[in-house]
Design a protein around this ligand. Structure first.
Ligand SMILES: Cc1cc2nc3c(=O)[nH]c(=O)nc-3n(C[C@H](O)[C@H](O)[C@H](O)COP(=O)(O)OP(=O)(O)OC[C@H]3O[C@@H](n4cnc5c(N)ncnc54)[C@H](O)[C@@H]3O)c2cc1C
Length: 474
């Protein structure tokens, strides 16, 4: 039997996980597979990259992953990485208004208490609280299938809950504006509570609503892990365990074609080369996938192009604890800004031990909006510094600073997202030897990407080997 030729496109965490799962499965079943990975850039990892600067660990992309779904933790165990993992300090989340930080309840917890905390605290005005309490008596709107978060929250809880809690939180957690984000994707349990029981407050603790909440595509992790030596550890270990599978860097796939009466694929690359494969897995941002499949399935391409991505500028700074004169502030926290300060929307602080001096220190990451793309690195760093000086009362400049720009890196799950994903899945039934995975569909967290990558690898493997005639009937 000829080994099946499988090509995985993209070597972010999704692509490497798909390749690893396929390799493990083919080895286990003693079915030889001719596997290759193609990557457009000059390094594997996609948005994941960790680096050391002046003795501090910086992360370009994610710095922690959630224990839910469990796929990420299981993969770390399989790769023998448990010893490098540590529980990430739980981050308190707050909103900065007029220089003061107000604690924010966890939006994604399926219980009423966080909401009551909001009513007890002083983040909302008296009239804002009164309006929020009225939610119990606001008439439900039964005929919507999906709705923007903005419209739902305004309708049920009023403007202040939207502006002082939900909007700033989702700008960072879901990287989009509430005017666009989908209730069904982000807060499905709130929508379901209204539909079934007429009020979110009355129904949030009901078990059936709690289980709908588990389907939310964006969550604040209840428990999160990080690697002592950075997220890059996961990428490096995957790459080393995949050897001798070729990982071809600086090989960008331009488009796909069908060959041999649609039974095989031809991959056309940007360097003019082409290659043939029995199966292909595209582990790319949805926008890139849309371009690649345009020739073979315009409808699929259109649905993929409808998932927009947002760009991120982050400024990472290392802070020596000795240089902070505000003793209580240096703790692990995520602070969001109610009003944008020249494109800054929030910052997070991560405590870490400085390797060289052994001192306890911290890295702060300042998140900036798309508009910051037009600022120079030094302007971004200057703005970020101003914010941290105000907040932490720094006596000296940060010990190290680094500006990272990731364009089109996080998907926005906009109104109608779930319908778009179901169109994509319908179209894929026409192409059983083509799999799509990545952060554009069922959650953008690292753990969600790993879970989906395992599922995509399983489906592709089944189409290749177990549905023996799958390719020829497609
Ligand atoms: C700033 C930031 C912070 C984040 N923080 C967290 C966090 O704390 N916790 C968490 O769980 N998640 C976090 N995330 C989300 C998470 O990191 C990503 O969703 C996830 O890593 C995406 O992995 P991926 O492999 O699907 O995509 P990517 O990492 O985007 O990889 C796609 C790869 O495909 C390659 N590629 C693209 N087009 C082509 C082509 N035509 N041919 C060949 N190769 C191509 C790209 O070069 C890239 O290497 C964060 C993301 C960002 C940007």
């Amino acid at each position: 039997m000829h080994p099946k030729r499988v090509v995985v496109i993209g070597s972010g965490v999704s692509g490497l996980t798909v390749a690893f799962a396929l390799l493990e499965r083919s080895r286990h079943d003693l079915r030889p597979m001719d596997l290759k990975i193609l990557e457009a850039s000059n390094r594997p990892g996609g948005v994941i990259r960790s680096y050391w600067k002046d003795g501090f660990l910086f992360e370009q992309g994610p710095e922690r992953f959630s224990s839910e779904p469990a796929a990420a933790l299981s993969l770390c165990r399989l790769l023998g990485l448990e010893d490098d993992l540590e529980l990430a300090n739980s981050q308190s989340i707050g909103l900065m208004r007029d220089g003061r930080v107000f604690p924010l309840p966890d939006l994604f917890k399926q219980q009423r208490m966080p909401y009551l905390d909001l009513l007890k605290g002083c983040l909302l005005s008296i009239s804002g609280k009164g309006r929020a309490i009225l939610e119990r008596w606001i008439k439900p709107c039964h005929f919507v299938n999906d709705e923007s978060v903005d419209s739902f929250i305004r309708r049920r809880f009023g403007r202040e809950v939207l502006e002082r809690w939900i909007e700033p939180l989702l700008r960072i957690m879901a990287s989009g504006s509430c005017a666009d984000l989908s209730m069904r994707a982000i807060l499905p349990h709130w929508l379901e509570a209204e539909r079934r029981y007429g009020s979110v407050l009355r129904a949030l603790k009901r078990p059936e609503i709690v289980s709908v909440g588990k389907e939310a595509l964006v969550r604040i992790p209840i428990q999160a892990y990080r690697f002592r030596s950075g997220m890059q550890t996961l990428i490096d270990r995957l790459v080393s365990r995949l050897a001798p599978v070729p990982l071809l860097l600086q090989h960008r796939l331009m488009h796909l074609e069908r060959r041999n009466h649609r039974s095989t694929w031809r991959l056309v690359l940007d360097n003019g080369e082409s290659m043939e494969a029995d199966a292909v897995c595209l582990a790319l941002p949805a926008q890139d996938t849309a371009k690649v499949v345009k020739n073979i399935d315009p409808q699929l391409s259109k649905a993929l192009a409808g998932i927009p991505y947002s760009s991120w500028v982050t400024v990472s700074m290392a802070i020596d604890r000795g240089k902070v004169s505000h003793p209580i502030v240096l703790k692990s926290e995520l602070v969001l800004l109610e009003k944008k300060m020249n494109a800054i929307i929030g910052y997070s602080i991560r405590l870490q031990k400085q390797e060289l001096s052994g001192q306890l220190a911290a890295t702060a990451r300042v998140f900036m909006e798309k508009t910051a793309e037009h600022f120079s690195d030094s302007r971004c760093a200057q703005l970020a510094c101003q914010l941290l000086e105000q907040r932490l009362h720094l006596r000296e400049s940060p010990s190290a600073t680094s500006v990272n720009r990731l364009s089109s890196s996080i998907p926005e799950y906009r109104v109608g997202h779930l319908e778009r994903v179901s169109t994509i899945e319908e179209r894929l039934k026409e192409h059983p030897t083509l799999a799509l995975t990545g952060n554009g569909f069922w959650g953008h967290g690292v753990a969600d990407c790993i879970r989906l990558a395992n599922r995509s690898a399983g489906n592709l493997y089944t189409s290749l080997y177990e549905k023996a005639n799958g390719a020829s009937t497609d």
